[in-house]
Write a protein that binds this ligand. Structure first.
Ligand SMILES: C[S@@+](CC[C@H](N)C(=O)[O-])C[C@H]1O[C@@H](n2cnc3c(N)ncnc32)[C@H](O)[C@@H]1O
Length: 282
């Protein structure tokens, strides 16, 4: 289930059991980055700089969830998505997981339901013993892209598949390297600088995901739901700011608001730097 080369074996001295911990590129820096964001941002900006677009991303998940279901969230952050799920979905059980203990503590204060739990868990350490039930929905939003090794990203998705019910759905809203390359190709024509992922992200390689032979999952769809948003903000508004306004782009500009209102129109398809990857059980 797990690739050997990433293992770190830790001996738990209390009961002499061996625990497996995965090591990967910049894991500690990544962890510390999220700790710092929690300390230095207001609640809505801990996990994003673009709050308006964050709502669009969340809707990609919310619109697919159903009442009376069980939900496992990977990388639950400070529980912003959890709070929205609580408002929209009736009678659900939920387990939120994140590798930052301080974020988990914040989440715990947001619930009084005995069916809603939060635990500290590194997603790359998940194995067949990690959870004691299977879920109707497994969700994540810009969380798996924090794992900076492609093989380990794919393995993490595979390992999560074990916890999906037979008719369950895995909904991953994550960034696409392919879509970002297509955006950059267009930007270059207008002398706009190349957009590069932040140091703590490795965007998904869509072809690798499509070709990967998951043992227990089928990739059903990659939805480029935000293509028009990226086309307007990263090409049209970016050109307008550079060529006519002579200023940097800002999330508060009216064109950002227009882009949000047209985000899901899907007139374009190829520029969706964030996409929804939908998996079902094989
Ligand atoms: C963009 S935030 C998403 C927050 C939350 N889903 C929300 O929408 O409110 C990504 C989260 O992934 C978590 N994360 C990053 N690497 C992780 C790992 N290896 N295991 C578990 N969580 C991780 C971060 O701590 C962060 O809280």
């Amino acid at each position: 289930m797990l690739a050997k080369k990433y293992h770190l074996f830790i001996k738990n001295l209390k009961n002499n059991q061996i625990k497996l911990i995965m090591e990967y590129k910049l894991k500690k820096e990544n962890h510390d980055f999220w700790v710092e964001r929690l300390k230095s941002n207001p609640e809505r900006q801990v996990c994003t700089n673009d709050v308006a677009f964050d709502d669009v991303e969340d809707n990609e998940i919310l619109k697919r969830l159903k009442d009376n279901s069980s939900i496992l969230e990977i990388g639950c952050g400070n529980g912003v998505l959890y709070s929205k799920i609580s408002k929209k979905i009736k009678n659900f059980s939920y387990l939120g997981t994140d590798f930052v203990e301080d974020l988990v503590k914040v989440c715990k204060k947001k619930t009084s339901s005995k069916d809603h739990k939060f635990i500290q868990q590194d997603m790359t350490d998940i194995n067949i013993d990690s959870f004691d039930q299977k879920y109707d929905f497994i969700i994540s939003k810009r969380a798996i892209q924090n794992v900076l090794e492609q093989k380990l990203q794919l393995q993490t998705i595979e390992n999560l598949g074990h916890f999906l019910k037979e008719d369950g759905v895995m909904i991953l809203v994550e960034s696409s390297a392919d879509a970002q390359n297509r955006l950059n190709f267009e930007r270059k024509k207008y002398n706009l600088h190349e957009i590069i992922p932040p140091f703590h992200n490795l965007f998904f390689d869509d072809e690798k995901i499509k070709d990967y032979n998951f043992n227990n999952l089928k990739l059903m769809e990659i939805s480029p739901f935000a293509s028009d948003f990226y086309y307007i903000t990263r090409l049209i508004y970016a050109r307008y700011a550079k060529e006519f306004l002579n200023e940097k782009t800002s999330y508060d500009h009216p064109l950002e608001k227009i882009a949000i209102s047209m985000a899901s129109n899907n007139n374009t398809k190829k520029f969706s730097q964030i996409q929804t990857y939908i998996f079902e059980k094989k």
